[in-house]
Design a protein around this ligand. Structure first.
Ligand SMILES: [Zn+2]
Length: 83
């Protein structure tokens, strides 16, 4: 198979595996799954809790990233003062 043919196949596969966004919980699930595995069988209250937890996780990840950058900035600041 030529490289171009491989790329075309890869592109088609990626398109086919494009995740769906669940209307109920807002999370993503694979196209080959008929329903969302995140909120399937959950009550509305549980879905609300799931969304809340997911939002907090995303917020926590952003905060962690910010803290890493601030830490690195301080570290480089100290190093540049020592030189
Ligand atoms: Zn869902």
């Amino acid at each position: 198979m030529s490289l171009i043919a491989k790329l075309i196949t890869l592109r088609r596969d990626l398109k086919a595996k494009k995740p769906n966004r669940c209307d109920r919980c807002g999370l993503y699930y694979n196209d080959d799954q008929k329903e969302c595995h995140h909120c399937k069988g959950l009550s509305d209250e549980q879905v609300a809790r799931l969304q809340d937890r997911e939002q907090k996780t995303q917020f926590g990840n952003i905060w962690r990233l910010v803290l890493v950058f601030v830490g690195l900035a301080i570290l480089f600041g100290i190093i540049s003062m020592m030189i």
